[in-house]
Design a binder for this molecule. Structure first.
Ligand code: CAA
Length: 247
């Protein structure tokens, strides 16, 4: 039986790399997209990646919606039998200097990047504990660790992920459920294309490796944490940031 991995935000830059890596690791992937509005795009994505329905199931899930997550993930669990691996990868930015930050920008980021952990994990965690095996991997950010001008909302949410993961790691440990964080640095995805080119260049200049990460480099770390080789790692935060921030 293939292990089943739920990957949120699977159609984005890092999400695509994680989904592809998991397919090559021989997992069945439940690839989420956020709303019916993106259904056609997600089908296009599925076809572009040459995925088959045996390996990848597209699944609508608004990770910011508590009621929807409870209902849809409870059904999913019944249909699939179990979920072995959860990767909370869905994330958004609403960058702005704090003086100008709207409440909407604050709450959207907290809901999608942090409240989503409750929404997605809570309906599935009990079954992982009952099975005596599970892997939860939360995708945070270098900016959770170092802070970033213009990202008070994002840094708050992504740092919240780390505290949450340590607490849940304690609860999951005796059941064989590990909970870890991957903290990517600036990665070549559509997300960083929103940053003005001169600001992006100044960020690249500060990275000791003088380049952004490839999404595959983040996916490889997620894959490792999902594997049997990482069975004794829990509550950890693995940085993949080219040296931009060293703990
Ligand atoms: N430190 C101190 N001061 C800074 C600064 C910094 N890092 N960056 C800008 N400033 C100053 C500017 O010099 C400017 O000062 P003056 O008013 O005296 O001229 C002032 O702050 C305003 O700066 P901006 O012109 O940049 O303001 P803006 O409103 O046009 O833009 C911003 C604000 C959108 C936040 C922009 O600064 C920005 O895009 N910053 C980068 C944010 C960033 O790194 N986001 C990461 C997105 S990718 C991601 O999140 C993935 C991941 O996990 C890594």
């Amino acid at each position: 039986m293939k292990k089943i991995a739920l990957v949120t935000g699977s159609t984005g830059g890092i999400g695509t790399a994680i989904s592809s890596k998991f397919v090559s690791d021989n997992y069945r992937v439940i690839a989420t997209y956020s709303s019916t509005e993106y259904y056609k795009d997600s089908i296009k994505w599925f076809n572009q990646q040459n995925f088959s329905e045996e390996h990848v199931r597209l699944f609508r899930l608004d990770v910011a919606n508590t009621t929807e997550c409870l209902e849809r993930l409870t059904s999913l669990l019944k249909e699939e039998g179990c979920i072995d691996i959860i990767v909370n990868n869905a994330g958004i930015t609403r960058d702005s200097v704090f003086k100008k930050m709207s409440a909407k920008s604050w709450y959207e980021v907290i809901e999608t990047n942090l409240n989503s952990l409750f929404n997605v994990i809570q309906p599935l965690f009990g079954s992982m504990c009952d099975k005596g095996m599970g892997r939860i991997i939360n995708v945070s950010s270098v900016n959770a660790l170092k802070g970033q001008f213009g990202q008070a909302n994002y840094c708050a949410a992504k740092a919240g992920m780390i505290g949450f993961s340590k607490a849940l790691a304690e609860e999951g440990a005796k059941f064989g459920v590990t909970v870890n964080v991957v903290a990517p640095g600036y990665t070549s995805t559509p997300m960083i294309k929103k940053i003005k080119s001169e600001i992006l260049e100044s960020i690249k200049y500060k990275i000791p490796m003088k380049r952004f990460a490839n999404p595959e480099e983040i996916a490889n770390t997620v894959s490792f944490l999902a594997s049997e080789s990482a069975a004794y790692i829990t509550g950890a935060t693995l940085s993949v940031n080219g040296g931009l921030y060293m703990q």
